[in-house]
Design a protein around this ligand. Structure first.
Ligand SMILES: Cc1cc2nc3c(=O)[nH]c(=O)nc-3n(C[C@H](O)[C@H](O)[C@H](O)COP(=O)(O)OP(=O)(O)OC[C@H]3O[C@@H](n4cnc5c(N)ncnc54)[C@H](O)[C@@H]3O)c2cc1C
Length: 132
């Protein structure tokens, strides 16, 4: 089901495989878009875009033409301090691709305990989101 004998190229509006119609692919298995990381957070975002698109398709409607996905990754650098990287990606119909949104996202200016607290909040939120 791969597009380059390695990863699955998808339509970023629906996460549908370009190689096999009717199959939707999420997470690390996808052929990464420009600037898009492989992460648990972005896999969760893939799933949300996919689920929303499937609801539209199953009801005979067009999916959102410009879906947005975001990513945040925290890394602890001590038992209390963390750093992060974040990015936002939006489908551009003109380019037929999902591209990083200019000026959105970024990286930590410095390690801090405050970021460590944010990292735990991120973790609790995504666990609640995914695991209920
Ligand atoms: C060291 C490390 C640190 C990371 N830190 C972060 C972080 O801080 N934040 C973040 O968001 N992401 C982080 N990531 C990335 C994140 O773990 C992955 O992007 C995410 O797990 C991808 O989810 P997935 O469901 O697409 O794939 P996976 O989690 O890899 O799940 C795929 C599953 O399919 C199973 N599988 C494979 N082949 C078969 C088969 N033939 N039949 C049946 N099952 C099969 C595998 O065993 C696996 O369980 C980190 C990754 C690593 C390695």
């Amino acid at each position: 089901m791969t597009s380059n004998n390695r990863w699955c190229d998808v339509d970023w509006r629906t996460m549908e495989s370009k190689a096999v119609k009717g199959i939707h692919v999420l997470g690390d298995a996808t052929l990464s878009a420009a600037g898009m990381p492989k992460s648990g957070h972005i896999a969760n975002a893939h799933a949300k875009v996919c689920a929303a698109a499937l609801v539209e398709l199953l009801n005979g409607r067009e999916p959102n033409p410009n879906p947005v996905m975001n990513n945040t990754c925290y890394s602890f650098v001590s038992d209390k301090e963390a750093i992060h990287v974040a990015s936002v990606h939006q489908y551009d119909a003109g380019q037929g691709a999902i591209i990083p949104v200019k000026g959105a996202g970024g990286v930590s200016s410095t390690r801090s305990e405050l970021e460590g607290a944010y990292a735990w909040s991120w973790a609790r939120n995504i666990w609640a989101d995914m695991l209920g």
